[in-house]
Design a protein around this ligand. Structure first.
Ligand SMILES: [Zn+2]
Length: 75
């Protein structure tokens, strides 16, 4: 399984090493990704996100911190 807390992510645009950053939106906290399924008994699944930014070209990437939590029990 891929390590999503990789501190050595390379920028997809220029190849520079990316650094973690906070994505400030002045609303609540860091963004959360969520999956929902139609059906009464299906609870949504969520993961917090981690923001990475390239200090060379400015490219920003958001990754799920805990992607394994985005699977439903039956998947
Ligand atoms: Zn870059």
């Amino acid at each position: 399984m891929e390590n999503t807390n990789n501190e050595n992510l390379k920028c997809l645009r220029c190849g520079e090493e990316m650094v973690t950053a906070e994505l400030l939106m002045y609303l609540a906290s860091q963004p959360v990704v969520q999956r929902t399924r139609k059906g009464v008994l299906s609870a949504p699944v969520q993961s917090a996100t981690q923001c990475y930014v390239c200090r060379n070209c400015g490219y920003i990437e958001l990754r799920a911190k805990e992607p394994h939590k985005l699977k439903f029990r039956t998947e």
